[in-house]
Design a protein around this ligand. Structure first.
Ligand SMILES: Cc1cc2nc3c(=O)[nH]c(=O)nc-3n(C[C@H](O)[C@H](O)[C@H](O)COP(=O)(O)OP(=O)(O)OC[C@H]3O[C@@H](n4cnc5c(N)ncnc54)[C@H](O)[C@@H]3O)c2cc1C
Length: 1002
């Protein structure tokens, strides 16, 4: 390939089928009996060393086993470790410690090891547990603590235990400390790769700070690196997510433009000192982007002649082998040697969750650990064959994996093993005692306590999970033979390559229904396909003529005529029409997305989510409808009669929906009413008539008779005319509280039957953040909740309460993160915030922002394009929550600080507002969460996550008070509210007596 031709794209399938992969992997695995015997011998020796080494080398591992994750104490310990060190104020720290220690039985843990650490931790935790009794209130417990040993003593001891734990896994708080410690340890010539800990940048300032810390570290490492040849020299590992605040697939162009030069600069520095320089592997959706940045840096001519550049590859990813081929091709193309670190992967649980949430066709990672282990060996074999162009680095603490790699290598040249600092000491000490020629590098995290938490949790998970080798090897009850079972033996047949308890994302809700199909934007081919389909589907928006009041009346009459047939149509047939509609929606996803983008100004991710929600509504109500509207429920009663309770349609339902979810809410209302056997007259928002028309066409095509579903376009006056019609049997409405009230009054003013109203309105939604929350997570969740969809969701966050001890840092991170959002054309996948719905909305929001700029403290003022209905995102800090008196339906967030001791006042303020739609709580203290949930009857409460994007069937949505009447959309109580109940009692003995009773056998 000529050197100036474009770099090849990495285009391996994102989530291929497990069975196909398994068949190939099993068939390709070289196994010869003599080699297998050698693997057994080596691995057995290594396991023996791990088991014997507990009391001196593996003390932390011993402690982690003592508090394994399968125990309440272990889980409590992990959460404690994750948050305690970042809590600045004593009161929250004490409440947190008490909350966690109250969950376990630390006092009765027998100390099995005499290691200092185990003693210290068990002492601290055990002591605390003895004074914290289950059932004590925080106040009484704290009082008791203070009386006996004093809360500060408990806090100090627990913090100390956590620090010891951190110190075990982190080589130093600064690079100089770490280098000094490595020097002290490294008399035996240990190799190190340093890793600067951190959570990934959320702000530009974070990214600059991480960059500076990498640059400083490279200089410091370089200064002390000595004269050894490259492969024996120290190195550094960098995380791309630390170097850019939006390291994500949709921000591709920006990442390539801004991040690549930063990486090249660091690599040049590493080259200058002839150090190893490895790009860490992160989440699967970032793989393609990582590879592109990696390749662009490799291509930089200034790095020519340096062999220290490298990449980590995760064997749990189904694309691992393809990554190796791709990187090898790059190495050939640029005539370079590269270092490739093979790991299994640290984000497995996150990957499974993300794929399920995104509704992907399959997982990008394996679901059985043995598949990861097998793939690791396959990749190891491949890497070893690519020597010396590739210098393989095998990172594992698994004795069988290590022994197998050693056997595959056959010799000790041109590769090394790697382990994490604080783990695997005994294993590698034994390996090197037997094979001194084998090299093992230590991956050494460096960072202060604030930065080590996420890393610590990963290690606790790794050590404590039942499936982990470290946990099993440390458990003497697990026979060595079990640990020596080869992965292909564990897998069995290729068809068993998937974990039986981890359903495919589309089967998440089976056997009830199929999950809606989503897309992974990190799968570039899928994203490009979708974008092309949308472009091809785009048409100029037609002009829609609004209905006249006469049209509206005629639609009601037509629906009334259609009602009789439709309500008699079997529930199964009605449900089948909805399922067909769901399938058609998925097939025509691109058409609907094009309409949503063009008519409602929605961004691509919002459009995908909206189509999915609409699909889920159709399938969910179909399933619920079959359950509820079949033959009815037979009720108990005296002999000789049959009593049945059944549900049936009420008549004509008027469905009035908003513009912010012109497809999902529109279809949600309409399909629920139809499934319940009603005829429907649907009145969409006047801003989004075209989406509604397409949705109605689709329902008609799916088998809903025209007479049963009438569409009436128009503004509020037409809605009012529909509501006022005497033949209306029910109204379902989503929109503002004022309009809901007007509808309610109009219905009440009518003579005739009392007509039910199902209303979902908005709210001043809040989130409470205490000092135990993780700032990065808070920033992600707040920014998504407040600014996604330009804040035009009824669930969006309007008012954030932050504990004042951590408020400065939290607000700074939220503002910094908001600053990185791209505002612009919603048709561009890189856009995070599109326009607001119309000029009127923009004027209102701009006026509010101007008022707040005068009256509140501006924490962030974004910029927005001047052409179009764009509103710049803002964060205002208010002195008092009472300054926000109404829902502000746009990208404007209000923040209020609160004192930990005043949490009850915050709750009272929220309760007083009268709104009760969504609430977020960010806290690691279960007791605090329980207290808030108990006190506030808010419809949807979200803990340690964002507060938007309720999933049909999983998070039924809707509030109470000023926020709506209930029942919840997408929940089990929704359909019955659209129906009448009918009890049918038949005297079965009327004709000819009670034959059934008389036929009873004696
Ligand atoms: C030097 C070094 C550098 C590292 N750098 C990175 C990095 O850049 N990126 C990164 O992601 N990780 C990195 N890691 C972490 C690494 O991924 C874990 O330490 C490793 O997975 C543990 O594997 P093991 O062979 O020691 O243990 P084992 O117990 O044999 O394997 C545990 C691993 O198996 C996998 N697994 C567990 N359950 C399942 C399942 N049901 N289905 C499929 N797979 C499963 C997971 O990957 C899990 O971590 C690094 C580790 C080391 C030692």
């Amino acid at each position: 390939m000529p050197p100036d031709s474009p770099l090849p794209a990495f285009d391996a399938a994102y989530a291929p089928d497990d069975a196909t992969l398994a068949a190939a992997l099993i068939a390709a695995m070289p196994r010869d009996p003599a080699g297998e015997a050698r693997i057994d011998t080596t691995a057995t020796g290594l396991i023996a060393a791990i088991r014997a080494g507990d009391h001196h080398l593996g003390s932390v591992e011993a402690m982690l086993r003592e508090y394994a994750l399968s125990t309440r104490e272990g889980l409590a310990l992990m959460v404690l470790a994750e948050a305690l060190l970042r809590v600045p104020d004593a009161a929250t720290a004490d409440a947190f410690i008490e909350d966690r220690l109250g969950q376990g039985d630390f006092a009765h843990h027998r100390i099995k090891s005499d290691a200092l650490l185990v003693n210290a931790s068990a002492w601290a935790l055990g002591l605390s547990a003895r004074v914290v009794q289950a059932g004590d209130t925080p106040q009484s417990t704290l009082a008791a603590l203070a009386k006996r040993i004093g809360a500060p003593a408990v806090r100090a001891a627990t913090r100390q235990a956590m620090r010891l734990l951190g110190n075990h896994f982190v080589l130093g708080e600064t690079i100089d400390d770490a280098l000094a410690r490595a020097q002290a340890h490294g008399a035996g010539g240990a190799r190190y790769s340093y890793d600067m800990l951190g959570e990934g940048a959320r702000t530009q300032a974070d990214a600059e700070r991480y960059y500076a810390s990498y640059a400083r570290a490279i200089e410091a490492i370089g200064r002390t690196a000595g004269n050894a040849p490259l492969q024996a020299r120290p190195g550094i590992s960098v995380k791309l997510s630390a170097l850019h605040p939006r390291f994500e697939a949709v921000s591709h162009d920006r990442v390539m433009r801004e991040l690549t030069p930063r990486l090249i600069e660091l690599a040049r520095q590493a080259k200058h000192h002839d150090l190893g320089f490895t790009v860490d592997a992160e989440e699967a959706d970032r793989l393609e982007l990582s590879l592109e940045v990696f390749a662009a840096c490799l291509a930089d001519p200034s790095l020519k002649g340096w062999d220290g550049y490298g990449l980590a590859v995760q064997a749990y990813q189904k694309r691992a082998s393809a990554v190796i081929d791709h990187v090898d091709a790059l190495a050939q193309r640029f005539d370079r040697r590269l270092m490739l670190r093979l790991v299994k992967g640290a984000y497995w649980d996150t990957e499974i969750k993300r794929a399920q949430e995104r509704g992907l066709d399959d997982y990008p990672v394996f679901t059985r650990k043995a598949m990861t282990d097998l793939n690791y060996l396959h990749c190891a074999d491949k890497l070893l064959r690519l020597r010396p162009r590739i210098f393989p680095q095998f990172a594992s603490h698994n004795a069988l994996t290590v022994a197998s790699v050693r056997e595959l290598a056959g010799d000790s040249d041109g590769y090394e093993f790697q382990r994490l600092h604080g783990m695997g000491e005994a294993l590698y000490a034994r390996l090197r005692a037997e094979h001194p020629e084998l090299e093992c590098r230590i991956y050494a995290p460096v960072g202060g306590h604030r930065d080590l938490l996420a890393y610590l949790v990963r290690r606790l998970l790794e050590n404590g999970a039942n499936s982990s080798f470290v946990a099993q090897a440390g458990d003497d009850t697990v026979p060595v033979a079990e640990l020596l079972r080869r992965p292909e033996e564990i897998i069995g047949a290729p068809n068993d390559a998937r974990h039986p308890n981890i359903p495919l994302p589309r089967d998440l809700f089976q056997p009830q229904r199929q999950n809606s199909r989503g897309i992974e934007f990190g799968d570039r081919a899928a994203l490009q396909r979708l974008v092309s389909e949308i472009d091809a589907a785009r048409r100029p928006l037609p002009r829609i003529t609004p209905a006249t009041p006469e049209d509206a009346a005629a639609a009601i009459v037509a629906a009334r005529d259609g009602f009789a047939d439709w309500s008699r149509t079997p529930a199964d047939t009605r449900a089948a029409a909805l399922v067909r509609a769901a399938d058609l929606l998925e097939q025509r996803r691109a058409n609907f997305i094009a309409l949503l983008e063009d008519e409602a100004g929605k961004t691509l991710d919002d459009c995908v989510a909206e189509v999915r929600e609409a699909v889920d509504y159709c399938r969910y109500y179909a399933t619920e409808g079959r359950r509820l509207f079949g033959d009815g429920v037979v009720l108990p009663g005296p002999t000789g009669e049959r009593n049945t309770l059944r549900l049936r349609g009420r008549g004509v339902f008027v469905a009035i929906s908003p513009w912010n979810f012109p497809l999902a809410i529109f279809l949600g209302q309409v399909t629920a009413a139809l499934m319940a056997g009603n005829a429907v007259v649907a009145k969409p928002a006047e801003q989004t008539p075209v989406v509604a028309e397409a949705a109605v066409r689709l329902l008609h095509e799916s088998g809903v008779p025209r007479a049963a579903l009438q569409l009436v376009q128009g503004d509020g006056a037409i809605g009012a005319a529909l509501v006022a019609h005497r033949d209306v049997a029910g109204v379902v409405f989503t929109g503002s509280t004022e309009v809901a009230r007007a509808i309610n009054r109009a219905l009440a003013a009518k003579d005739g039957p009392i007509v039910p109203l199902i209303a979902e309105t908005g709210g001043i939604n809040t989130m409470i953040v205490d000092a135990t929350a993780l700032p990065e997570q808070v920033a992600d969740d707040v920014v998504a909740s407040a600014f996604r969809s330009a804040g035009q969701r009824c669930s969006a966050l309007r008012l954030l309460f932050v504990q004042d001890d951590v408020a400065d840092r939290m607000i700074e991170m939220i503002a910094g993160s908001a600053r990185e959002l791209t505002i612009g054309d919603p048709r561009d996948p890189a856009t995070h915030i599109g326009p607001v719905i119309d000029a009127e909305a923009k004027a209102k929001l701009d006026a509010h922002a101007a008022k707040m700029t005068r009256e509140a403290s501006v924490q962030f003022a974004g910029t927005a394009p001047t052409q179009g209905n764009y509103v710049a995102p803002h964060v205002f800090e208010l002195r008092d929550a009472s300054h926000l008196t109404e829902e502000v339906f746009g990208p404007i967030l209000h923040v209020v600080r609160y004192k930990a001791s005043d949490l009850d006042d915050v709750l009272a303020t929220i309760a007083r507002s009268g709104y009760a739609l969504t609430l977020g709580v960010q806290s690691r203290i279960d007791d605090t969460v329980a207290r808030i949930v108990d006190r506030l009857a808010i419809g949807n409460v979200y803990v340690n996550r964002n507060i938007i994007g309720a999933v049909v069937g999983a998070q039924p949505f809707g509030g109470s008070g000023l926020s709506g009447t209930g029942p919840k959309a997408g929940g089990p109580h929704y359909l019955p509210r659209f129906a009448l109940e009918q009890t049918l009692s038949i005297n079965t003995a009327a004709a000819g007596g009670n034959a059934a009773l008389l036929s009873e056998q004696d």
